[in-house]
Ligand binder design. Sequence first.
Ligand code: S3P
Length: 747
Amino acid sequence: MPELLSPIDDKLHFKRLVVIGLGLIGSSFAKGLKQQHIFDEIVGVDLNEKSCKTAIELGIVDWCTQDLAKACEGASIIQLAVPILALETLLHELAELKLQQVIITDVGSAKASLIDAAKSAFGMVPSYFVPGHPIAGSEQHGVESVNPELFKHHKVILTPNEHTDKTALSVVTKLWQLLDADVESMDPEYHDFVLAATSHLPHLLSYALVDSLAKRDENLDVFRYAAGGFRDFTRIAASDPQMWHDIFLANRNAVLQQLDVFRHDLDSLREAVINQDGHYMLGVFTRAQMAREHFSKILAQRAYVDSMQNNDLVFIATPGGSVNGTVRVPGDKSISHRSIMLGAIAEGTTQIEGFLEGEDALATIQAFRDMGVVIEGPQQGKVTVHGVGLTGLKPAPGAIYLGNSGTSMRLLAGLLAAQPFDTVLTGDASLSKRPMNRVAKPLREMGAVIETGPEGRPPLTIRGNHLLTAMHYEMPMASAQVKSCLLLAGLYASGVTSVAEPAPTRDHTERMLRGFGYPVEVQGNIAKVESGHKLKATHIDVPGDISSAAFFMVAASIAPEASEVVLEHVGINPTRTGIIDILKLMGADISLENIHEVGGEMVADIRVRSASLTGINIPAELVPLAIDEFPVIFIAAACAQGKTVLTGAEELRVKESDRIQVMADGLAQMGIQVQPTVDGIIIEGGTMGGAEIWAQGDHRIAMSFAVASLRATQPIKIHEAQHVATSFPGFVQLCQMVGMNVKEELV
Ligand code: S3P
């Protein structure tokens, strides 16, 4: 092991770094670390004398030699940055030197063959050898291209094994981190497989295309008319041929696997061109367009929520401000989800306008794309769904990842229960804690075979090829998601499926099924569907989401300065307007204007003026009609005179977070007297101070505390605000537009 001249956690200090191979990667590594001043000396080894000379002139190394033994004598760390095929010989030479107290690492693009080479050179992989691979190349090469910032914000993959020395691993990790790289660790075979797809295959295609065009007779014209597309696609064909020749030889097996899959896909596209199969092509192109935009997330087998997992977006909401103007909130989340689901199983092409481009609804789009449905957009709220009919869905290539979206998971469970294929539904940390037995249990009673995780939590594994039999179900809780799940399963079950709800819940599924021409009977609290009918494609105009409008209704009501806001084109389906009724009971000044019907849903402009609010006992019948709006209603209650009491709302404990507890904790922190109960909360209106809130994976918690700042006496800092993107993209911008003091910071 190297002699550590000071502890690892403190500033590192070593005697000598040896970098063997002064190409782009080796020299950038050396130069970057030179600027860190942690080595007494940095020594280069390169067979090319000119490179050695240039490396000294450019201040990359202190000295340079072709004598490996001389360079490595007394070295603390040796970085192997030679072409990958030269590594095997180099490792044998290093083994001969019988070095003591040294850490060896490398930058090779293929790892399994390197590990074999290390075994053959040393008899086993030495514990002080930490294989690595910075994903930071460029088409430039040679010592002259040195760039000490080359690795900044790039990934470096280390492939240690269980015998790798912990100190060696942490030293190598630390060195890359000093160069601002993001270090990850991976199994070597998996590394090779992933890199073959994301790096090696594109290089092969790029070289192949340029060569294929260049050697044709008409090549002059091909290159004369080559536009951006050609240039973009072939930029990497300018890379170092020797290096890539080495990589393909070293990572042969994984590259061949990826190439075979690709050849198959290319042949399918060729068939589609021959057969003039525009539908197939549109499917490939729309999926590719989305994948390109979100490729890092797709690579990680996540839908669109990678950013939400990795970064903490903080809202800083400062006291005061007003709420004035005319604004439009994004499209309704419940209707957006259903527009995709029903459009996908309809016959014909459904056009959607006003679609919510939030993470949750995008996860639903991705799910159906995974199941072979061609979906164009969303582009400025417009989506085109090419329906495949009730029986046209195909098995997804892997588990369907639904991010934060409970609605997607519960409704899809019903829709997929009778398909002829298995499906696995997964979600993020918040969704993975939510109860799924409420849908799994009645679906099983209909004949579905569904496995859940422990305690009925996700993932859900839905087994295919099970016939469903219709049934009548008395829901134990008022849940539109459960009702919708069973009605969707009912489309496939023999007989009449009916669901009774203990209290009215949102009825978008019933309305929209009818909008798609599918008969639904509603009698009192019972909704019924019978299988054997079809859905016909339609046009859907998604109104603004009243759940998003709610934040501005409360904001305008509690604003300290006289405020008046008009929320345009908001859906006022009577199963959703509990928020308006509750705020009005508290004394809010709310009026509905321009009320009209759009595609089976009532829509209005909602005018809200500031008012002084009074605490109330929230009527039990309004609870399911305002189920998503309670976090912000609690903020209204904290600003009201007197006491507000909520009961019968235990559902709030199993939403994206335990909304009773998380809101109670935040309000208490702000100095409000608050008493959480099993099924509700008691809030005494008062003066709110500042707070530091963690939104616990819950978009509506973050937005509610941002609204609270209007009446707070101190700033409110809200962590994990990135989840707001699930339902309300552009929330902060809209806050600023109306005069609220909310800004965001990425931490
Ligand atoms: C939804 C129903 C409600 C609601 C959720 C969306 C829907 O859930 O909270 O945000 O689109 O059906 P429950 O039905 O479980 O109460």
